[in-house]
Design a protein around this ligand. Structure first.
Ligand SMILES: [Mg+2]
Length: 248
């Protein structure tokens, strides 16, 4: 587990109140842990093993030449849905068709991420809510639920607009749960979608970086940092216990 410096962790706690301050005066220096009441997961590449070849999908949608230029202008990743948003309807429909084909192939090979079921069991034992936000379609979320056997609620797919990285879906979940964003953690494998969405909403963020791709020089100049980074979901359990107040 890599614990990144987190301003949010120290200062955004809802319990950082005057009574907490008097607590600190007595016991100096250790701030109270932030309360955690919900965890919101990304689906593809986070709760499921990544099987969609996104670069191949972008290339198929944009064409080789445009793909290369868009890629060089977007070092932290391509937002394909945003990119095709203003295309003329006919061209856009074709693009959605290509995306749907890639997603369907991904579904055929859907596998649950190791550690996902254990983590959800742990959250249940602490009565911490579980939500899901994906840029994939509702049919994929339905199939995932069927295979996984544990429900995430709310589970927002790309029919809910605007999509991640807009904070709207995460804020919607917080208001449904009647909790504050700073009592929630967003966990995902995408810096540009999941971490940005979490940060904009004011939630804690945890980046799942299984392969260490975010330590590559491509990301050296990217300012955005998650609060936490793990290389597998099985690390999340101890991260939560060490850094948060998990009392129901
Ligand atoms: Mg993902």
């Amino acid at each position: 587990m890599h614990l990144l410096p987190s301003r949010a962790l120290l200062f955004s706690s809802p319990r950082f109140s005057s009574s907490s301050l008097s607590f600190m005066a007595n016991f100096s220096s250790v701030p109270p842990k932030a309360r955690l009441r919900g965890v919101v997961f990304d689906m593809d590449g986070t709760l499921t093993v990544p099987v969609i070849d996104f670069q191949a999908m972008y290339k198929a949608v944009l064409g080789e030449e445009v793909y290369l230029s868009v890629k060089s202008n977007n070092p932290s990743g391509i937002d394909i849905l945003h990119h095709i948003e203003n295309w003329r309807p006919e061209k856009q429909q074709k693009a959605y068709q290509i995306i749907a084909d890639f997603e369907r192939q991904g579904l055929d090979r859907l596998q649950i991420m190791p550690g996902a079921a254990e983590l959800c069991g742990f959250l249940d034992s602490k009565k911490i809510r579980r939500g899901l936000i994906t840029r994939n379609v509702k049919a994929s979320v339905d199939l995932f639920h069927l295979r996984f056997g544990m429900a995430f609620s709310p589970a927002l797919s790309r029919e809910f607009r605007p999509c991640k990285p807009d904070p709207a879906p995460l804020l919607h979940i917080c208001s449904t749960w009647e909790v504050q964003p700073n009592e929630v953690m967003m966990i995902g494998d995408s810096l540009k979608d999941d971490v940005v969405c979490g940060k904009r909403a004011g939630a804690f963020t945890c980046l799942l970086d299984e392969t260490g791709r975010y330590t590559s020089p491509d990301f050296a100049d990217v300012d955005l940092k998650p609060d936490f980074k793990v290389s597998s979901l099985s690390e999340v359990h101890s991260l939560l216990e060490a850094n948060f107040d998990l009392t129901p």
